[in-house]
Write a protein that binds this ligand. Structure first.
Ligand code: C2E
Ligand code: CA
Ligand code: CA
Length: 628
């Protein structure tokens, strides 16, 4: 009986042991655990059955043999039922657990070999050599195999952890600059910024970066972005976060008070404004920065929006500057949205009209031409200035339609004046974006044809600051226009950024000197010409261009211009922008003396402008416009 208990206790102990291990594994398995329980029970039964079978075979106990066989068979069946689950478990092992239990498994096996040996020795006397050797080989092989498996698993785990860390980094880093990306900025903002300690969010944008990409190539653009990343990183304090949000947009989160932020932002403006020395030449760039204190918003999207609004404001106020968010930007943004929406139907609702500002010859003050200026009278919003709606139209892609409408109206008016025998030209302002439209030259020719206006009577004004962007294409387009006989004026000269070199290369006929150069105080109080106007007039003449001084308001200014030898002027002193009939009256008053056009450009024109009146016949401008 003792022997029977002893024999029965071996499979029983093995079953309990295995059941324990399996139960622990099953308990740690993800829910639902029904399958795991089945598999565990099955494994325990098989272990107990096989151990029992071995024991009964050794000790010749046929009575227990059948039960052990049944137990093993039931175990196989139960395991099969739970098997689909064990596959799932294997698919997502808990690495650290695998490693901790990894060496425990062979220890059990080795221990059971030892227990079996001790028992055998206690009952049957000392073991024979073969059993010892076999037992040793078994134990060592088992240990070695398991150690190798654990070692492999550890290595694989380390690799996995490393690549996971890399992926995590990548997911939060901008690959080009190594700064944080938008996701990481958002994460930090959500965790710490809104409602937390005082902080500010800076939104940065490189001015005119697109041109660098377009004209110098993307590798130069990328190199500049990388350098911006370096400079930002080098000048931040610990804890500040710099991120690239995409393209040339950056953001910096700083843990300072809003009052300090402007000073810090100005310093960044200086640092980022230093030349970017590249292998392919040096790049000059300025930056615009918008600042929003974290307290200006109660949500993260609100904070981002405020910083962005401040940035837009900085851009609109002339770039290369810092602006703090202000609650009235919201009102401005709403107004801008309203203006954009209303502008879409303004032509159809007949709310637009043209005013004409006379251009006079100096010193005679005889009107020789007129600039067409767009006016918008909205039934509810009242008059809206072109300085407000033209930039909106440009941004919304509406300016092309507006400029075409202006061209039609201006040419219509011009054709009437010419029909009435006035010797006059008309200029219209052209948005440079329009000039880049592929069919622009053909469009102008078509309008001139429709209104039967000689090309020489039309002047197209392009602003200098717009010209500063893509010169190459512009040179070609302006050249085509001039070949068609239309004259081109460079507007606002002296107010923007264009270089003398560009001025020399641009095929223009007329230089319009910005009023900013006029209000420059003279160096000496003796009343000599304000030096800048003088220089600009001489420059224009040296380049063979006609020169028109803009914004003349005072008699003293007119004298300065006359002293400088400026041939044409425009401004309130001679007449504000006015209805066409008023210009007509001025023209009529100045007649019948023959009027002169601005001096012909040195480059030969295809046709001489007709000096006498010619019959243009009736023109239906509205119909022409609709056809266009
Ligand atoms: P701009 O081409 O430089 O036009 C001259 C601006 O100076 C006009 O303002 C004119 O009214 C104003 N001005 C004239 N004389 C004086 C003066 O003695 N003193 C001062 N302080 N200002 C004077 P306006 O009409 O508000 O036009 C502003 C700008 O809007 C224009 O500047 C032009 O760039 C743009 N613009 C106007 N009409 C059109 C258009 O039809 N198409 C496009 N694309 N832009 C237009
Ligand atoms: Ca103009
Ligand atoms: Ca101007």
């Amino acid at each position: 009986a003792t022997r029977l208990y002893l024999v029965a206790s071996i499979p029983l102990a093995a079953a309990v042991l295995v059941a324990g291990v399996v139960a622990m594994t099953a308990l740690r398995a993800p829910r639902p655990r029904g399958g795991a329980a089945l598999a565990a029970a099955g494994t325990a039964l098989i272990a107990a059955g096989i151990a029992g079978l071995a024991a009964t075979l050794c000790y010749g106990l046929p009575a227990v043999l059948g039960w052990c066989g049944v137990a093993a068979a039931v175990g196989v069946l139960t395991l099969a039922l739970g098997a689909p689950f064990t596959d799932r478990m294997a698919a997502r092992p808990d690495e650290s657990e695998t490693m901790r239990t990894g060496l425990a498994v062979p220890v059990f096996a080795v221990m059971s070999i030892a227990v079996a040996s001790i028992y055998t020795m206690s009952t049957n006397g000392p073991l024979d050599t073969v059993s010892v050797v076999v037992g040793l080989i078994d134990g060592v092989a088992l240990l070695a195999r398991q150690s190798l498996a654990v070692y492999d698993a550890r290595r694989a785990n380390a690799r996995l952890a490393q690549s996971e860390a890399q992926w995590r980094d990548l997911a939060h880093t901008d690959p080009l600059t190594g700064l944080a990306n938008r996701r990481e900025l958002l994460r930090v903002l959500y965790e710490r910024a809104v409602g937390g300690p005082s902080c500010v969010l800076l939104a940065l944008d490189l001015d005119g970066f697109k041109n660098i990409n377009d004209m110098r190539g993307h590798d130069v653009g990328d190199a500049v972005l990388v350098e911006v990343g370096h400079r930002l990183r080098a000048h931040l304090r610990d804890g500040d976060l710099a991120a690239r949000l995409g393209g040339d947009e950056f953001a910096v989160l700083m843990w300072i008070r809003a009052a300090e932020a402007t000073r810090v932002a100005r310093r960044l403006l200086d640092i980022l404004g230093k030349p970017y020395v590249q292998a392919k030449g040096t790049v000059f760039l300025s930056t615009s920065i918008g600042i929003a204190g974290c307290r200006t918003a109660t949500t993260v999207p609100g904070l981002l929006r405020n910083a962005d609004l401040a940035l837009r404001h900085a851009k609109q106020r002339g770039k290369a500057r810092v602006e703090q968010y202000d609650a009235h930007y919201d009102a401005m943004l709403r107004r801008r949205t309203t203006v954009e929406q209303e502008l879409r139907g303004a032509i159809e609702r007949d709310e637009l009209y043209l005013a004409f500002q006379p251009v006079v010859a100096l010193p005679s003050v005889r009107p020789v031409g007129a600039e067409a200026l767009l006016r918008w009278q909205h039934p509810e919003l009242g008059p809206i200035a072109p300085t407000e709606f033209i930039p909106v139209a440009e941004e919304a892609g509406l300016v092309g339609r507006l400029d075409l409408w202006v061209l039609h109206q201006a040419c219509h008016q011009l054709s009437r004046w010419l029909a009435d025998g006035h010797d006059v030209w008309v200029s219209v302002n052209v948005s440079v974006r329009e000039l880049h439209a592929p069919d622009y030259v053909a469009q102008v020719a078509e309008v001139l044809r429709a209104h039967r206006v000689p090309a020489q009577r039309l002047v197209l004004e392009v602003t200098e600051h717009a010209v500063a962007t893509d010169v190459e294409q512009l040179v070609g387009r302006l050249g085509e226009l001039r070949d068609s006989g239309v004259r081109v004026a460079l507007d606002d000269f002296g107010a923007g950024y264009s270089s003398l070199l560009q001025l020399h290369r641009l095929p223009v006929d007329i230089l319009k000197i910005d009023r900013g150069l006029l209000v420059e105080p003279p160096l000496e109080p003796t009343g000599t010409a304000a030096p800048l106007v003088d220089v600009a007039v001489r420059l224009g003449q040296r380049l063979g261009l006609s020169v028109i001084a803009e914004g003349v308001e005072e008699v003293a200014q007119r004298r300065l211009l006359e002293d400088a030898g400026c041939p044409y002027a425009q401004g309130m002193l001679f007449g504000r922008a006015m209805p066409a009939e008023h210009v007509e009256a001025m023209l009529a008053a100045a007649a019948p003396r023959p009027a002169a056009l601005p001096a012909a450009p040195p480059r030969a024109l295809p046709q001489k402008p007709p000096r006498r009146a010619h019959n243009v016949g009736p023109v239906d401008s509205g119909r022409e416009m609709r056809q266009a």
